[in-house]
Design a protein around this ligand. Sequence first.
Ligand code: WTA
Length: 656
Amino acid sequence: MSQPTIESVLNEKRLFAPSAEFSQSAHIKSLEEYQQIYDRAKADPAAFWAELATTELDWFEKWHTVLDWQPPNVKWFDGGKINISYNCLDRHLKTGCKNKAALIWEGENGDSRTLTYAQLHREVCQFANALKQLGIKKGDRVGIYMPMIPEAAIAMLACARIGAVHGVVFGGFSAEALRDRLVDAEAKLVITADGGWRKDVIVPLKEQVDKAIANGAVPSVTDVLVVKRTGQNIHMSAGRDHWWHDLQQGVSAKCEAEPMDSEDMLFVLYTSGSTGKPKGVVHTTAGYNLYSHITAKWIFDLKDTDVYWCTADVGWITGHSYIVYGPLSNGATTLMYEGAPRASNLGCFWDVIEKYQVTVFYTAPTAIRSFIKMGEHHPNTRDLTSLRLLGTVGEPINPEAWMWYHRVIGGGRCPIVDTWWQTETGGIMITALPGAVPTKPGSATLPFPGIIPDIVDLDGNPAHDNEGGYLIVRHPWPGMMRTVYGDPDRFRKSYWEHIPPKDGNYVYFAGDGARKDEDGYYWVMGRVDDVINVAGHRLGTMEIESALVSHPAVAEAAVVGKPDDVKGEDIFAFVILEGDRQPSEELSKELKKHVVNEIGAIARPNEIRFAEALPKTRSGKIMRRLLRSLASGQEITSDTSTLEDRSILDKLREGA
Ligand code: WTA
């Protein structure tokens, strides 16, 4: 098994068409229908989105301007008033969904809960009132650092309901990483839990919050709201910390949704880039609501009878768009699972599918590759016949893993949607529509209607068929990010200036390499910048390097991705020690632990190689492509003429 290489996927000729039965009942039923919608949207994107905004969402007030595009700044549906919590909850109470399951939750320790739309609405209203009691107002930022429990979704929807901006931080990030994000967002409140279950252990979330904000490190935070999940002892700081179940006593369950301007900020979500600290990706209300709604509806083909399960964490964009907002805006039943496959229950995912008769299942290639390793026995001993549609996201899927997913999990009958998108894009951009587009293993296939991608070189010239290049998007879309929180300059530089605009036409630079085949199918190859994708988690090499050099023993560090069978990429660090510090196994362990403390377990280097010097160009730039070859034990075939000191390479190799 390996990552798709240009050679392996160039030879991929297998084509899988949806069954007639699937297509007949799908929202989009044929390739012709897709093509018609696509062409119409391309001819007049604003009209296309305006029509969907009218038919798919409820508005308090209609917009006056559909699209105002002053690159790179965009406004969608300007003048409109809307609330995403209203679209996810209130409107479904009037249409017969009232007693339908909105959220099914399965805890790792066997606890479970189902909330109907009426119950979820009630809980969100109460939570929203509790936020108001704590002095949270429209526009205030609220940090959410939670396990995968219903209260995470409730907290998000409650913030959206009163117009507070949520900033969810993945519960696997360390106290340090949490602190950075809370400081950047100037959060007033942090919502957390006493703990959460993950792989049979309790993650001490509240303890991490205490560490993150200790000694006034985040002066903006005045309160901490704590949900009881695990029941272990935690410290509650009088005046600052509040139990959710205490606040809940006596708060009203009536709370009207605040009419928000279309472009009011909905959330900020931090993600890694190639330079500097993680950036706060800003999404706003109406465009994000529409985009997450319509992509969820057409791509996951959501029907009233579906039980839809996305295995992501709400700490990532996939959890935002496709656990919470997209499915709920459609009135669907969304399933949330707290745990992960673990030694004590390798088959837990299949148990959940069997127990709840899941119909649509959305996960990551890295998970599929680890299922392959665990063995077919686990899925084969469960009843998976309820499944009708499968999806993947987060990284390229190698054709072998695709075939396994199709055969073993999908029983050969379920279409697979391989969905390409990013935190920045708000929703899925390139994907098959499952009843319409025949799939090829390893290809994300075709763009979603209204999305105009292309493959270009660095001057912006379109690439030929099957020629590799940079993936870009040509026209604004409603779900696109609006800015980097507090840093509009970084927004412009990161996404709009790598490829020069032609005739005033700006293009969005995704940071991925890709090619388009003779059928117009997209094959995404992976990042072209210094971002690595470890088990579907996006990490900046620079972040890990900064973590390493913040250790007193380290003088310099360079981090690269090394191909890995299961994780896609693994973290390989070259480290130069300070003065007379000597390399040792203990120091290597200590440095790995240090990175875990600085960022979180997802950033733990798999391998550290101590070196005397790093290969640099004459102008002092680290030659990462050489380090990548060294890390994966490949021969160095590329040009080394710009390398300042060639003996460095031999020494680095000897270090192995
Ligand atoms: C990668 C996750 C290939 C890509 C939604 C992108 C993919 C980055 C795919 C965004 C896919 C995501 N095929 N690569 N189907 N989906 N990627 O922001 O490199 O966590 O730029 O968003 O994941 O990661 P992010």
